[in-house]
Each structure stands twice: as structure tokens, then as C-alpha cells.
Design a protein around this ligand. Structure first.
Ligand code: 3PY
Ligand code: MG
Length: 253
């Protein structure tokens, strides 16, 4: 299945508020990527913000993820033109943008991700279009990669209404660790203030008609199910390294 079709399927699910389940990778290994890509997720995001993966490793990781018909995404380190080009030229189907705090910041990053006329990303032969072989076929994808904005700070929360109005935004995605840290209650996910912040974000998204997502960092099916019940439809299930750490711990058996 080609990448544009996979992106379209995820967009369609998001429009219908049907769950798209993904996962997250921080281990720079194509074998791990092959396992993650064959594990039944709709998408797997390579984390370039945290962890030790470099952009030159993206093509091999993407190839391995794609063997399982899964869409590779990237969680950018930040939304600079260079970061957006590197991830998308390597073949990412879209980006998850950390720490979005204003409409202007999101619009600039969206533009950095899209070829003209929908954006200002530099046009080039790259792996994404098989170095020119699929140049024409890639134009549509290059003009509309999946764009997901992370809300993970008090500023993001305060500016949520204007952020949700940015055209081309496919979903917002909550980073629970940074959001709780920004509120002075790091990782206290049962704190009433954190629960209230999530409720504000989800209500604003509902009003503006934008799908919402969240990172369920602990690999807990129960937590995923309760997030689905709360209306989240773009959910990242854990992180490769966290799943390995938990299973590798002999004391836990
Ligand atoms: C956070 O919880 O802050 C994250 O960025 C999760 O990906
Ligand atoms: Mg974060």
C-alpha cells in the first residue's frame, strides 16, 4: 500500500473519530523497527526529540517499519525548516510537533513541512520520492503530510483555541509528562488540576472539530481503553524502550 493511501486511511479514521493506534521508538535499531512495524499499529513515530536517534538513521528505520505496512511518523526535535525537511525527505508520512504554544509557531512548522503552494518546504529529489523516480506521484503527499501538534505546556493550554484554528492541523496530541511538569505537578496524572487541564483541551478540540490524541507511556491496555472512552482517537501506546525495560526486568516475573 503506498504512503499516500496510508495517510488517507489515518485521516479518514481521525475524521470519523475512529481509533488510530500507534507506538513510539527511541531505540535506533532496524530490527526493533521491523518488530514495531509488524505489530499491528497504524503508525509508529520515531522520536527525534528524546532518545538517541539521528536523522541519518531514519531511512533504514522507515524501510523496516514499512515492511509491516505501517506508516512511519516522526516526533520532531522542534519545528525548524531543517528538521522538517530531514524527516519528510527521508520518507516520514507526517510529523508530531512537540511543545506547540501558539498558532504562529504551528503555522510556521506546518509550512516548513509542505511543498508549495501549500507551504514553503524546499523541493528536492530524496528518498521520499525515490530520488526523483516518483517525483510527480509524491507532489500530493508532499503538500499534505500528517500534521499533529503536541499540547504539553501551560502556554499551549492557554492558546489552545487559536492553535486549533490553524488550517491543515490533523490532530492535537497531549504530552502528559511535559504538560504536568509545566503545571508544577510532574507525572501526577491523578491530580485534579491535571484532569481539569485535559478536560479543557478535549472540550476545546471538540468545539473546533479537531481530533485529539495522547501518549499512554506505560504499556497499559486498561489506560488505552479508558482514553478511548474519553474520546481520544490518536493514541500512542508506550515506547519500544519502555516495553523492553519492563519485560526485561527478571524481578517482575
Ligand atoms: C510528554 O509526555 O511530555 C511527551 O512528550 C510524551 O511523548
Ligand atoms: Mg514532551
Amino acid at each position: 500500500m503506498n504512503k499516500l493511501v496510508k495517510i488517507g486511511k489515518i485521516r479518514d479514521k481521525l475524521h470519523r473519530r475512529v481509533l488510530t493506534l500507534g507506538s513510539w521508538m527511541q531505540i535506533p535499531s532496524s530490527s526493533v523497527a521491523e518488530i514495531m512495524g509488524a505489530s499491528g499499529y497504524d503508525w509508529v513515530a520515531i522520536d527525534l526529540e528524546h532518545g538517541a536517534i539521528s536523522t541519518h538513521q531514519l531511512p533504514d528505520l522507515f524501510r523496516a517499519i514499512e515492511l509491516g505496512e505501517t506508516l512511519p511518523l516522526v516526533r520532531l526535535a522542534e519545528g525548524s525548516a531543517q528538521n522538517c525537511k530531514a524527516a519528510l525527505d527521508a520518507g516520514a508520512g507526517g510529523v508530531i510537533i512537540p511543545m506547540v504554544e501558539s498558532a504562529g509557531q504551528l503555522e510556521l512548522t506546518r509550512s516548513n513541512c509542505c511543498w508549495p503552494p501549500s507551504g514553503s518546504r524546499g523541493v528536492a529529489f530524496s528518498r521520499a520520492n525515490l530520488f526523483g523516480k516518483h517525483f510527480n506521484a509524491y507532489i500530493q503527499e508532499a503538500q499534505s503530510p500528517l500534521i499533529v501538534a503536541m499540547i504539553e505546556s501551560i502556554a499551549g493550554l492557554e492558546n489552545i483555541a487559536e492553535i486549533l484554528d490553524v488550517p491543515g492541523l490533523d490532530a492535537i496530541f497531549i504530552g502528559p509528562y511535559d504538560l504536568s511538569a509545566s503545571m508544577g505537578i510532574m507525572a501526577q496524572f491523578d491530580d485534579a488540576r491535571f484532569i481539569e487541564a485535559l478536560a479543557k483541551i478535549t472540550e476545546a478540540a471538540r468545539v473546533k472539530g479537531i481530533p485529539i490524541g495522547i501518549h499512554v507511556v506505560e504499556p497499559s491496555r486498561e489506560q488505552v481503553e479508558s482514553r478511548i472512552d474519553e474520546g481520544y482517537c490518536f493514541i500512542a501506546y508506550s515506547i519500544d524502550a519502555v516495553m523492553l525495560r519492563l519485560q526485561a526486568n527478571y524481578e517482575s516475573y
